[in-house]
Design a protein. Structure first.
Length: 235
């Protein structure tokens, strides 16, 4: 064995330990862990930024849709209101004309019935009563026409009242007036020479006209109320 053989020298690292403040080795040791941390932070920041941008974009879209929807709704509401106002005006105008015409023809009917009744009360001859028959028929046709129009353009209340007026008028004609007119006032009437029966039936017709006019007058009060309600509702 060689006598002068001494202990083996320590390695270079062992011979030169890192001095205090020399972070080269520690920094090199921490570098692999620090890099992923920075990348993660960047990714989180990126996702956060994209989320913020996306949220802002969604909010902007929603706001625009809501604003547009509100504008459309307002426009539709305004259009509907305009149409409704114009429709109400037209309905009111039509109703007013129909109701006025209806009232006018009803008064014409009352006048004609009064004229016939007056002649019957005065015990005039059938020849003096006959000229009233065509006018009564003409007025009656107008009354039925106006009542039908009132039923078409009026409210349910108006339609009910107008219908009852028309029904009462038809019943008077069918049950009483037509029989009387055919018997005494038509061409070639079978009872032209029976004066006593003419006077008897004339008195009965006067009473029938009184009852008929009283019923019409009662229903006409309801007609006026229904017409006033309809016209007031469309102002």
């Amino acid at each position: 064995m060689n006598a002068d053989t001494g202990p083996m020298p320590e390695s270079e690292d062992a011979a030169h330990p890192p001095r205090e403040g020399d972070l080269g080795s520690a920094a090199s040791d921490r570098q692999p862990d620090a890099e992923p941390t920075r990348q993660g932070a960047l990714e989180v920041a990126g996702r956060s930024g994209r989320y913020t941008l996306f949220a802002a974009l969604v909010a902007a879209v929603i706001s625009s849709v809501v604003a547009a929807g509100s504008a459309v709704y307002v426009n539709i509401a305004q259009s509907d209101r305009t149409v409704r106002i114009e429709t109400d005006k037209a309905v009111r105008s039509d109703r007013q004309k129909v109701y006025v015409d209806c009232a006018t023809t009803l008064f014409a009917l009352f006048e004609q019935l009064g004229r016939i009744q007056g002649k019957l009360i005065a015990h005039t001859s059938r020849e003096e009563v006959k000229p009233e028959l065509p006018e009564y028929s003409r007025v009656g046709i107008r009354v039925l026409g106006q009542l039908e129009l009132a039923m078409m353009v009026g409210s349910p209340a108006m339609a009910d009242v107008a219908g009852r007026l028309a029904e009462r008028y038809i019943r008077f004609n069918q049950d009483e007036w037509v029989t009387f007119a055919r018997k005494y006032l038509s061409f070639g009437a079978p009872n032209e020479s029976d004066i006593a029966e003419w006077e008897h039936d004339s008195a009965a017709m006067v009473k029938s006209i009184n009852d008929f006019v009283a019923d019409l007058d009662h229903i006409n009060v309801e007609l006026i109320k229904a017409g006033r309600d309809d016209l007031s509702a469309n102002r």
